[in-house]
Design a protein around this ligand. Structure first.
Ligand code: ME8
Length: 649
């Protein structure tokens, strides 16, 4: 039976625009998941969205859209982004999924029945952006210790999770099981900042807003969003559902990957919940560093293009994946700059890898008519290259197992660079001038193409598109799994070698930097224009009214039985409308859009209790409703013929 591997990213807040930093966890996990699949493991890769809570509700409200519609739209954009970046997840969970909601309620109930959740009074400081409660002493200068933003004093009756009960077990877990939380620096952080000073029970319900999952036995309470979110890792596998076969197969998780700011939730609160539920703990929690843009996690772009879609459209998806996987020392923070991005693209992808492929394929075409010649290693250079090719896979595998992702790529590029050096050492262009050295030339080219084959195969999990293009150029099918195919000497003699298109076009860094700067400014300008537009909309919005205010209106369906122009007016039409009770004379300013005959016999919505006025010298006893999108007005009509006088509410 295949060994299983369950890997997760955090579930994403569908609240903002996705920038390069947000793609970091997903791309890294994708490379790991693809690598493990190719190692023959049965992989389950989970990602998704964390859609509940006050923060999302607030952002949705600000954008003036119904919360569910808002998150649907955001999720759609996120899924498209993951597709664009080639993220090979096995499941995308949404916390608004019916099955998830049901399972969360069952989990909450189980913890309550066990006595690990109890009801009491809460008084504390709440940070809405982080969805976190803090005690007065935990706040820093009266602000959230995580993000430095304002906190609000909150007082309410709520449910608590007995986190304190698990303190000793959690200390033991982190101290005595060093594999559980990585990198090591995070262990000290958790022990010194949270566990040793003492854990307090955790408030796990709220009553101040509604956008979330109800406590199943107390409808006024919404389950704390982090309880809802963390449990996704088991509800996605069907825990507490009618079909928990995936849970039985894949739990415990082999790797929970996340950014360092949410390690506390994953290495303290999450294991405590699992302990309370009596289910095994994840094998590893890994808190990677941040991609910094300037000195902030997500600062303004300042000329840096941080939109993954723009970057991948302009420079290819694999250029973006490569940058994310290669540039930041895994576990630490790294600063994004356009310059570093372009330099990586030019130096590694274009010069090293792209050149190796194009030079090697060109020489096979030039010297051997595009058919791979037979070669045998016989020089010092050949043997050194072969040794490096043969040991590549083990080195990469060891690095991936230890989550040293940039190092894994470094190993691959060491071989690429070694092969480029091999060309300089063997000088095939000189060999081809001497007919007696034809076998040597054949060996050199065979070895180069064979190196490209192994590099292409090992590169598949990291840069799938590029790797497939390399393999296609040398007539090798991309394999599903690693095997003998990562050892040298497997290339089939006589294979067709094509000099395909350049893998990556070399960019003129200075020109590109200028272009990127211009683009960033345009994006900034558009954003400002959008903001102004939004603010205008908010300004123009009318004040809220109560249902009693609305109730003062009398709205009825009317049928237009006569229509004509109002003399001496270009704007006004005069209608006779049957509103059930009687025929009314009504004047509307729609003459620029409708001819009188177009309005005849239409059913419309009429405000019938409006005080009569005289318009253009004609009595108007009510108002017909029209919709206006700024480009002209249209009537609002019932979806089927209905009796005049029918009420509208
Ligand atoms: O935290 N650099 O969601 P999220 C590196 N919903 N990683 C970054 C980053 C950056 N600049 N910006 C974001 C949440 N990320 C919760 C998780 S899990 C039960 C609930 C990473 O959308 C971040 O560290 O704020 C995290 O791993 C992921 O993007 C989602 O962040």
């Amino acid at each position: 039976m295949k060994e299983k591997f369950y890997i997760t990213t955090p579930i994403y807040y569908p609240s903002g625009k996705w920038h390069l930093g947000t793609c970091y966890t997903t791309v890294v996990c994708d490379a790991i998941a693809r690598f493990k699949r190719m190692c023959g493991m049965d992989v389950f890769y989970l990602t998704g969205t964390d859609e509940h809570g006050q923060k999302i509700e607030k952002v949705a409200k600000e954008s003036g859209i119904d919360t569910k519609l808002f998150v649907d739209k955001q999720v759609d954009t996120l899924v498209k982004l993951w597709q664009r970046l080639g993220i090979s997840y096995d499941k995308f969970i949404r916390t608004t999924d019916k099955e998830h909601k049901k399972a969360v309620q069952k989990i909450f109930d189980k913890l309550y029945q066990k006595g690990d959740i109890y009801k009491s009074q809460y008084e504390g400081w709440y940070c809405t952006p982080c969805e976190s409660f803090w005690t007065k002493t935990q706040t820093v200068d009266g602000k959230c210790p995580d993000c430095g933003r304002e906190v609000e004093l909150t007082k309410e009756s709520c449910y608590f999770f007995r986190l304190s009960k698990y303190q000793d077990r959690l200390i033991d877990l982190i101290q005595n099981n060093p594999e559980f939380l990585q990198p090591k620096s995070r262990q000290n952080e958790m022990l010194n900042n949270f566990l040793r000073p003492g854990l307090q029970d955790l408030a796990v319900s709220r009553t101040s807003f509604k956008w979330g999952i109800n406590v199943p036995f107390d409808n006024d309470h919404i389950i704390y969003v982090w309880i809802d979110a963390l449990t996704n890792y088991i509800t996605a596998l069907g825990y507490m559902s009618d079909d928990d076969s995936l849970f039985k197969k894949f739990w415990p998780a082999d790797l929970h990957m996340m950014g360092k700011e949410i390690v506390r939730f994953h290495s303290i609160i999450w294991p405590a919940i699992l302990m309370a539920l009596d289910i095994p703990l994840p094998k590893k929690v890994y808190g990677h560093g941040w991609m910094l843009l300037g000195s902030d996690k997500i600062s303004k772009s300042k000329g840096n293009i941080i939109d993954p879609v723009i970057l991948s459209d302009r420079y290819s998806v694999d250029a973006v994946r490569y940058y994310l996987l290669r540039e930041i020392p895994f576990g630490s923070d790294g600063i994004y700059t356009n310059n570093a991005f372009l330099s990586r693209l030019n130096a590694d992808l274009c010069n090293s890898l792209g050149n190796l492929l194009s030079r090697s394929c060109a020489m096979v075409n030039q010297y051997f008519g595009g058919l791979l010649p037979k070669g045998e290693a016989n020089t010092e250079f050949d043997n050194d290259l072969l040794e490096k090719v043969n040991s590549l896979f083990e080195k990469v595998q060891k690095n991936v197992d230890e989550l040293l992702i940039p190092e894994a790529l470094q190993e691959i590029f060491n071989v690429v660079n070694r092969a480029n050096k091999y060309i300089d050492e063997t000088q095939p262009w000189l060999l081809q001038k001497d007919p007696s050295r034809k076998d040597e030339l054949a060996t050199v080219l065979y070895n180069l193409i064979d190196t490209l084959r192994v590099v292409g195969i090992v590169l598949l999990p990291f840069l799938p598109n590029t790797a497939k293009r390399i393999l296609a150029d040398i007539s090798v099918d991309a394999p599903k799994e690693f095997g003998d195919n990562v050892k040298a000497g497997q290339c089939v003699v006589g294979s067709k070698i094509t000099k395909g298109e350049l893998l990556f076009a070399r960019v003129n860094v200075n020109k590109e930097l200028e272009a990127m700067d211009k683009l960033a400014k345009e994006i900034e300008k558009e954003k400002t224009a959008d903001k102004v537009e939004k603010e205008k909309k908010v300004e123009n919005a009318k004040a809220e009214i109560t249902i009693d205010d609305f109730d003062k209106l009398e709205l009825k369906v009317g049928k237009i039985i006569a229509a004509k122009k109002v003399e001496k007016s270009k704007k006004l039409l005069h209608f006779t409308v049957d509103t059930g009770d009687r025929e009314r004379s009504i004047v509307s300013g729609v003459a620029k859009t409708y001819k009188p005959e177009e309005m005849l016999s239409k059913q419309v919505v009429v405000v019938t209790n409006l005080k009569p006025v005289t318009l253009g010298g004609v009595l108007s006893e009510g108002m017909i409703l029209f919709a206006d999108d700024g480009d002209g007005v249209v009537t609002i009509e019932p979806s089927k013929e209905i009796k005049p006088g029918s009420t509208v509410s």
